[in-house]
Design a protein around this ligand. Structure first.
Ligand code: C2E
Ligand code: MG
Ligand code: MG
Ligand code: MG
Length: 294
């Protein structure tokens, strides 16, 4: 259709809109079907304590296992789910599954205290969320102190008293709050001051730049991470670096004094069965890096 109307700019534009609408509808139907047929899952990525080299927690990441299209990642799904109002249901499924997985992982030697980090969209922050989470945690016998609620600045930008109430209620429950993708938003630093944040997650773009071949870029991003780390520590937060892909990045992060790291260097996000296999296997018996180096 595009070629036929190629000379006419308006037609092309209309075609694009129709295309977007069609894709959107497709994703909406896909989400509905996924909820009905149980295609949604949480994959888990280990979070490593850089001091000891041990796995101390897991981040749950949404995956949609489509029978024809294969594994779909959050990128497209979340936005559509937020727009059509299904994010609440999607989020509940992810939370329920990942808490169940944490309960399973807790049975492995050495993982009874491991924590679970779950991403939340601003639109999931309704007044009933804390009590829903609390009863699920009770049901699976997981202490709220083992849960980290990951939010991005989008949640805080809403500047909505209801958001503050939900955050306070989650805090009172004993959950910790992590500020995700830190440093990429509009006023990251001010949020540290005005919200009860426990954990700062340095965005992976900063970590990626550490490994670049341009020394000036690498030096600047190191300086940025050092600054973020220092401020976060002074505010009483622990610091997690995202997107650790290489030994070199790990080494620099270690020198800076970052507390935790996650990324492909340690492990990709895995289905729970594969994760359990790996955690029981010899590769994770010893620390991923040598302890006591710092
Ligand atoms: P995020 O919370 O910042 O998660 C980190 C993303 O980086 C994940 O992408 C993860 O798979 C990816 N990643 C992990 N290690 C590496 C690495 O070494 N290199 C690179 N390049 N990437 C790495 P993913 O799974 O596609 O998720 C994207 C975003 O979608 C997440 O960013 C989060 O904001 C959102 N998301 C994921 N699951 C959920 C969910 O259940 N609910 C909500 N509301 N949002 C979710
Ligand atoms: Mg996250
Ligand atoms: Mg992030
Ligand atoms: Mg992100």
């Amino acid at each position: 259709a595009r070629k036929r109307n190629g000379k006419n700019g308006t037609r092309l534009f209309d075609d694009e809109i129709v295309d977007i609408a069609r894709k959107r509808l497709e994703i909406e139907q896909c989400i509905e079907q996924a909820l009905r047929e149980d295609w949604l899952d949480a994959h888990l990525q280990p979070i490593i304590d850089l001091r000891s080299g041990r796995v101390s927690g897991f981040e749950a990441l949404l995956r949609l296992r489509h029978p024809q299209k294969g594994l779909l990642v959050p990128e497209d799904i979340i936005v559509v789910a937020e727009e059509n109002g299904s994010i609440g249901k999607v989020g509940d499924v992810i939370f329920e599954k990942s808490v169940r997985y944490l309960a399973d992982l807790s049975k492995i030697d050495g993982f009874s205290d491991s924590y679970l980090a779950v991403n939340f969209s601003p639109l999931q922050f309704d007044a009933a969320l804390p009590s829903r989470l609390a009863s699920l945690l009770l049901q699976y016998g997981v202490k709220p102190s083992r849960i980290v609620v990951e939010i991005t600045e989008a949640v805080l930008m809403l500047d909505n008293p209801a958001v503050r109430q939900v955050m306070d209620a989650l805090g009172a429950l004993g959950c910790r709050i992590a500020l995700d993708d830190f440093g990429t938003g509009y006023s990251s630093l001010s949020y540290l001051n005005s919200f009860p944040v426990d954990i700062v997650k340095v965005d992976q773009s900063f970590v990626r730049a550490l490994g670049t071949s341009a020394p000036e870029v690498a030096r600047k991003s190191r300086t940025l991470i050092e600054g973020i780390c220092m401020i976060a520590h002074q505010m009483g937060c622990t610091v997690v670096a995202e997107g650790v892909e290489t030994e070199h990045q790990l080494q620099v992060l270690n020198e800076i004094g970052i507390d935790f790291g996650q990324g492909y260097h340690f492990s990709a996000p895995l289905p729970v069965a594969s994760l359990i296999e790996r955690l029981r296997g010899p590769a994770w018996d010893k620390p991923a890096i040598r302890a006591g180096e710092r």
